[in-house]
Design a binder for this molecule. Structure first.
Ligand code: ADP
Ligand code: MG
Length: 614
């Protein structure tokens, strides 16, 4: 028998390793932007074509590379950022593993141009499939330009896994925004297919947040700033009235690295408790600075989770800092510091953290405020902002057609699906609503117990299907068109959904950048609620987004039906109940919601009789 183990050729090993670092165009965007930041650039330009599938290019004016370094930078585990294991505990750069460029070169065609200020000429390198095709001196400006072309041209299976351009573009702008927010003193731009999407002048963090998240925040940010020996927190939270129905503008950075943390998010939400409606999300961009020794750096750099040495302390600090900021704002609402960018960019925590320091942190006033109950008790309580408006209230005047637009229900036919069809309910049959959630409907066979929310979801779902198939839902013109300002990813998503929303009765137009104008809404959306309804719709749509088995259309249908349905707990008038029941049994599939929940249960008289021994 011959031996069977072989070493993989380098280019295959590289391709496999690359899969962990570069999953999609946005991963390359993140790595290349971070390299430019690490190179000390003050001006960073990102160019993408075809949502990064054809081209991702980053041009910076940083320190550049020598001829040898330029060649070396594509080797795996080649980095200028650490030399020993010890360095890992003092990392202040974004990268350090020396894997990004090697990975990119393994799965794309790369062209690098770089020049240091001290060199006469720059250097040009072309690599594809990890093989250097060309290296020669070129005339170049100081700095580095790296272009990654035709991602996964040599790994078709991975290329096929890429999502639609709109989806990949959303990932790219997410990554772009995260880096741009963390470094407001650097100029950033993003150009997609020749169009400049972001142009972010250098400025303060506050200015950067407004540039990225939208002008409405200009006078609506509350500064958060707490410094202790253990950690510093700086940044901004949106005033409670800016909370949106859609999660979006929420950012944590630890030592300037964007992280995701449900745990810390919970801390912030706790600080906003009672000030905002239950289902709304405040804006925040919070920067935590602490000694790198307090972090587990051994987590993979492309992962956005992070491990703190002492997570509970960080939670308490974050919550306390935000509460404190909000309390100050509500006592003196006009107090709105204009923070200098230099204060925001806190210096590295250079001293190692000692037990002694930890003790002094524990005795610091901040630590004590969060251990004391009732701090920030001056925060004003606001009433629950529940402005959901149900369909039926608006229906009679604004859209009298909706309730009765279905033709009379067909009579029961043998062999048809099991729904106990009802003829239009005679006025003499009394309907009864129980618990403001169920409707009891007598029929000749016994009675039906209808769940009002599920029933209405089905009705709307079928109405919306008809709408997308051409029976457009009439739109009522808003007296005063409302503008809607979204963050870039939400704007991209809304842009994608516009044609369908049109058919569903929304008159929405793109207004340039991330703004939209709402000129009309379906009859059942109450004036004044347009923005709320759309934000909530986007949020719910995103919940479905990871669900690959549904098409965009189906996701939208289910989202809208779920959102606009009347809810349990809503008192219905007799007319409303009759309208709903008639509509339900005019549906093609009256017995379940689109998600498969039953809309009613049937209780037959003969079974009831049996139960009572009759
Ligand atoms: P890492 O960032 O983890 O060190 P990379 O593969 O991203 O690994 O980069 C390898 C090296 O190439 C870096 O350590 C740096 O020295 C150099 N480099 C990469 N991009 C740039 C750039 N834009 N400007 C200057 N040097 C760069
Ligand atoms: Mg790097």
């Amino acid at each position: 028998m011959s031996d069977i183990i072989q070493l993989l050729p380098d280019h295959i090993a590289n391709q496999i390793a690359a899969g962990e670092v570069i999953q999609r165009p946005a991963s390359a965007v993140k790595e290349l932007l971070e390299n430019a930041v690490d190179a000390g650039a003050g001006d960073i330009r990102l160019i993408v074509n075809d949502a990064g599938k054809a081209l991702v290019q980053v041009i910076d004016n940083g320190k550049g590379m020598s001829e040898t370094d330029a060649r070396m930078s594509f080797e795996r585990h080649a980095t200028s950022k650490i030399r020993s294991i010890d360095d890992l505990f003092h990392i202040r750069t974004m990268g350090f593993r020396g894997e990004a460029l090697a990975s990119i070169a393994a799965v794309a065609q790369v062209e690098l141009k770089s020049k240091r200020a001290e060199d006469e000429a720059g250097t040009l390198i072309e690599i594809d499939n990890s093989v250097v095709r060309r290296q020669e001196p070129v005339a170049a400006v100081n700095g580095t330009s790296i272009a990654m072309k035709n991602l996964f041209f040599n790994v078709p299976a991975r290329r096929n896994f890429l999502k639609s351009n709109a989806a990949e573009m959303r990932h790219i702008s997410d990554e772009f925004i995260r880096v741009a927010l963390a470094f407001p003193h650097i100029f950033f731009s993003l150009t997609a297919n020749g169009q400049e999407v972001f142009h972010l002048e250098k400025g303060s963090l506050k200015q950067r947040i407004v540039q990225v998240c939208g002008n409405p925040y200009a006078s609506k940010l509350v500064s958060v700033q707490e410094q202790t020996d253990y950690l510093n927190i700086t940044g901004f939270v949106g005033k409670p009235e800016t909370a949106k129905k859609t999660r979006g503008d929420q950012y944590f950075f630890v030592n300037n690295r964007f992280i995701k943390s449900a745990y810390l998010n919970h801390a912030v939400m706790g600080a906003f408790d009672e000030m905002i409606a239950k289902d709304s999300f405040p804006m925040y961009a919070l920067f935590i600075e602490l000694d790198p020794a307090q972090l587990d750096v051994n987590v993979h750099p492309t992962k956005q989770e992070i491990k703190f040495e002492d997570e509970k302390i960080v939670y308490a600090f974050v919550q306390s800092a935000v509460k404190h900021a909000l309390a100050q704002f509500s006592i003196t609402p006009t107090l709105d510091f204009d923070l200098d960018a230099s204060i925001q960019r806190l210096d590295a925590v250079s001293n190692p953290f000692t037990a002694e320091k930890k003790n002094s942190a524990a005795s610091s006033s901040l630590y004590q405020t969060f251990t004391q109950k009732n701090q920030a008790h001056l925060i004003e309580r606001r009433s629950n902002l529940s402005n959901w408006k149900d369909f039926y209230e608006a229906a009679p005047s604004a859209d009298s057609g909706t309730v009765s637009q279905y033709q009379t229900v067909p009579t029961e036919q043998p062999g048809q699906q099991s729904a106990p069809l009802l003829p239009d309910i005679p006025a003499t049959v009394a309907l009864l609503q129980c618990h403001n959630s169920y409707i009891i409907v007598p029929n000749d066979r016994g009675y039906l117990l209808v769940n009002q929310q599920n029933a209405h979801e089905r009705v709307l779902y079928e109405r919306f299907i008809a709408a997308l198939d051409g029976q457009t839902i009439p739109s009522q013109q808003s007296l005063f068109p409302v503008t809607l300002e979204l963050n870039a990813p939400d704007a991209a998503l809304l842009g994608e959904l516009l044609p369908e929303l049109q058919l569903l009765g929304f008159g929405i137009e793109s207004f340039g950048g991330n703004s939209f104008i709402i000129r009309g809404t379906p009859a059942d959306v109450v004036a004044g609620n347009e923005q709320h309804t759309l934000e909530k719709m986007l949020e719910q749509y995103k919940h479905f987004s990871s669900d690959l088995k549904f098409s965009k259309r189906e996701k939208l249908l289910r989202t809208m039906a779920g959102q606009q349905s009347i809810k349990g707990g809503k008192v219905l008038t007799d007319t409303e109940m009759r309208g709903l029941i008639n509509d339900l049994f005019a549906c093609t599939v009256p017995n379940t919601t689109a998600n498969g929940k039953p809309t009613y249960l049937e209780f037959r008289k003969e079974e009831l009789d049996k139960m009572f021994g009759r």
